[in-house]
Ligand binder design. Structure first.
Ligand code: XUL
Length: 526
């Protein structure tokens, strides 16, 4: 019989299911349910409820419950051999939280296959909607928790990140302050990930360590709840949180509901669900320290894997746990495609002309530099946007093309230095990774080979691979992560770009010049 593993990614806009066949080494099912389209009655737009206050962004958790039921039906309809699924794991959008009342535990352990999940779970919430990662309404609570923990560096050292508005701790604190009665009625607080796992296992599921790191509540090194952070957040919080568990553990067996209704194997194991970022690290094959993925999207995101836990002294980057037991970083640069496209617009260039600009200018750009802060920047923190030019004439179109890309790559290198790893391999993903001239600069600035990586549904694939790894370990084997992920996570064949030694030397020098320019300007405009 085939050995199948299911991964479910409950993301902002959709629920995706991916089934892998471990022996055939292939993905045999992959489908997404778009929340707005499938469940219009909830009135979500792009998966979230529109609020009068743009800082408040919530989603009704029942939409995730409905989607879970529907994806199960889709698996059956697609003819997946449900009895051959040996383990299920999942991924959830990080930071989002679900608030459950005293009825929840009994309701979860008595899911009735004659009813729908919605019918079984409608009465279990102490808060009707869940704040998600797009919510930025907790500025005050961030300040309060940070100062209770002893300031930025102490908070970052303790929990892996500075306090951020979207992180779960500040969100819980705001709920406690604004709705003390509802907080008191809350018996369990789950993350999106652990909530979905709770339904599948028919009980309150643990929070996985990698995802727990996105809460400002977990001791990032000891990987358990941080007493000081809990105290700084809300009273009696320890009683409302489940335990924190390693990624490769087993939470239990699948609930009878799914066996009877959808034909799951009664022995199918549930592996703790993690966050979308830790799962994507696995789905992109970043299983060895030193491996990096750079996603060139609207914003540019840098994911790196490191063996030891180091935190960003400036509190700009995040450290989460990687499912491999290593650590992962996530550093988000807002002016990604935003900035590249603005240069194209300013000089009326199409994407080919932008590439010509890169081809017709030398590494180092003859000393022309830019700080590409078209929009407020996250890393480094720039609140008042403004593009800074050095030796760069306003009408120099090609000079701007190179200056924006060099700045972005130098900034990523500079602001990931605190990780203290030499990257061994970079996978480039996202829309702009199609541009080989940009990737050459990426390889040269980092002195590291770059390969293109096509990543669709990396989080649900990562979740399926995590299920396979944990199940195999539970069977007594000790497979290398590399062995598990390799058949499913190869970069685009033939896409490898090697660094060019002369260009590498130019950028080694330019890095400190760029750092000086940035420091000089930051004193003035942040
Ligand atoms: C990471 C973050 C998002 C969410 C949703 O810190 O806020 O990536 O995980 O994808």
């Amino acid at each position: 019989m085939a050995r199948l593993f299911l991964g479910l990614d409950s993301s902002t806009q959709s629920l995706t299911g991916t089934v892998i066949d471990l022996d055939a080494q292939e993905v045999i099912f992959e489908e997404s349910i778009n929340f707005d389209q499938a469940f219009p009655d909830y009135g979500t737009q792009h998966g979230v409820l529109i609020s009068e206050d743009p800082q408040i962004v919530h989603t009704p958790p029942l939409i995730w419950v409905e989607a879970l039921e529907l994806i199960m039906q889709r698996l059956v309809d697609a003819g997946v051999d449900m009895g051959a699924i040996l383990a299920v794991s999942g991924s959830g959008q990080q930071h989002g939280s679900v608030y459950l009342n005293a009825k929840a535990e009994a309701a979860l352990s008595n899911l009735d296959p004659n009813l729908t999940l919605i019918e079984c779970l409608t009465g279990v919430f102490s808060r009707a909607t869940s704040p998600i990662w797009m919510d930025s309404s907790t500025h005050v609570e961030c300040d309060e928790i940070r100062s209770a923990l002893g300031g930025l560096q102490a908070t970052t050292e303790a929990t892996g990140s500075n306090t951020f508005e979207r992180f779960t701790g500040p969100q819980i604190r705001k709920f406690y302050k604004q709705e003390p009665d509802a907080y008191r009625e809350t018996k369990h607080i789950a993350l999106v990930s652990s909530f979905m796992a709770s339904i599948l296992v028919g009980g309150i599921a643990p929070i996985e360590q990698g995802d727990g790191a996105g809460m400002n509540l977990m001791d990032i090194r000891r990987r358990c709840w941080h007493a000081g952070a809990l105290d700084a957040t809300a009273p009696e919080l320890v009683d409302k949180l489940p335990s924190v568990q390693p990624s490769n553990s087993i939470c239990g067996q699948i609930a009878t509901y799914f066996i009877e209704k959808y034909g799951f194997n009664p022995g199918a194991k549930i592996v703790p669900f993690s966050g979308d970022n830790p799962c994507s690290v696995i789905g992109t094959g970043l299983v060895k320290p030193g491996m990096v993925a750079i996603s060139l999207g609207t914003s540019d995101t840098y994911f790196g894997t490191m063996a030891e836990c180091r935190t960003d002294p400036n509190g700009e980057g995040h450290v989460f746990g990687s499912p491999t037991g290593d650590y992962m970083t996530l550093i988000c640069f807002k002016n990604g495609s935003l900035a590249r496209e603005q240069v194209c617009r300013d000089f009326k260039l199409d994407w080919n002309a932008f590439s010509q600009g890169l081809q017709n200018t030398p590494p180092g750009n003859n000393g022309k530099m830019m700080l590409p802060w078209f929009e407020p920047e996250i890393v480094p923190r720039v609140l008042q946007p403004g593009v800074v030019r050095k030796n760069l004439e306003l009408d120099d179109a090609f000079g701007h093309c190179r200056a924006v890309v060099e700045a972005q790559m130098l900034s990523m290198r500079l602001h990931s230095q605190w990780m203290n790893i030499a990257s061994s391999e970079i996978y480039a993903t996202g829309g702009a990774s199609a541009n080989l001239d940009i990737l050459q600069i990426m390889a040269d600035v980092n002195n590291c080979p770059v390969s293109q990586f096509e990543s669709t549904n990396g989080a649900s694939l990562g979740a399926a691979l995590r299920a396979a790894q944990a199940w195999t370990m539970d069977e007594g084997a000790s497979p290398e992560w590399e062995q598990t992920v390799a058949p499913f996570t190869q970069p685009v064949p033939g896409s490898r770009i090697d660094p060019q030694p002369e260009a590498v030397a130019v950028y080694e020098e330019l890095l400190s010049e760029y750092a000086l320019l940035e420091q000089g300007v930051l004193g003035g405009i942040t």
